[in-house]
Design a protein around this ligand. Structure first.
Ligand SMILES: Cc1cc2nc3c(=O)[nH]c(=O)nc-3n(C[C@H](O)[C@H](O)[C@H](O)COP(=O)(O)O)c2cc1C
Length: 172
């Protein structure tokens, strides 16, 4: 079995709750809360599969606990080749339709540049209403957006489907 690390940055707990659900759904996975459990980049290196979770803030930016690690990654350029990586995170399509879950796209680009295989966990844009998202690639989101502010009733089902999709795509 590949080792699975779920690394999550969450300010209000929405993305953290999604991460906890994913941990339940993906047997043997470990949850790393960026605020409390994260020490250094080497931790990311310990897993075969990384699920990277972040809500979106500011001008479509990753959650604050990701800022330093992402900066370090771009500076130190660790080799992530051979790793399978997927992205998820909370956003608010109604109040922030101009940068809906854009953090997922920013993080995907950084991990891809470091050699990770990030072609997992794409998600249809149908069912969401927004103007622009940096996470939209070729007509799909490059990860799973959850929006508990406007669509809380859909979150559980989305997480279940996404976890099943990852199991099949990644052979988990
Ligand atoms: C100041 C501020 C800026 C935000 N910017 C964005 C944004 O650019 N895009 C987006 O999708 N959501 C944005 N949001 C919404 C948050 O991502 C949303 O509240 C989310 O549920 C927070 O998740 P968390 O509890 O995991 O941190 C913003 C919220 C605030 C308060």
């Amino acid at each position: 079995m590949p080792s699975i690390g779920i690394f999550v940055g969450s300010s209000g707990g929405v993305t953290l709750e999604a991460a906890e659900k994913l941990q339940e759904l993906l047997e043997g996975s470990e949850l790393i809360n960026m605020e409390e459990d994260y020490d250094d980049l080497e931790q990311l290196g310990e897993y075969d599969v990384l699920l990277i979770g972040s809500s979106t803030w500011g001008q479509g930016d990753p959650q604050r606990d990701w800022v330093d690690p992402l900066f370090e990654m771009q500076n130190d350029e660790p080799d992530f080749s051979g790793k399978k990586v997927a992205f998820f995170g909370a956003g608010d399509q109604e109040s922030h339709p101009e940068e809906f879950v854009s953090a997922l796209g920013k993080m995907k680009d950084i991990f891809t540049k470091l050699g990770a295989d990030t072609a997992f966990g794409s998600w249809p844009t149908e069912g969401y209403s927004y103007k622009y998202s940096f996470a939209e690639r070729d007509g799909k989101f490059c990860g799973l957006p959850v929006d508990d502010i406007n669509q809380e009733d859909l979150t559980e089902e989305r997480l279940q489907k996404w976890a099943a999709q990852l199991k099949s795509e990644m052979g988990l």
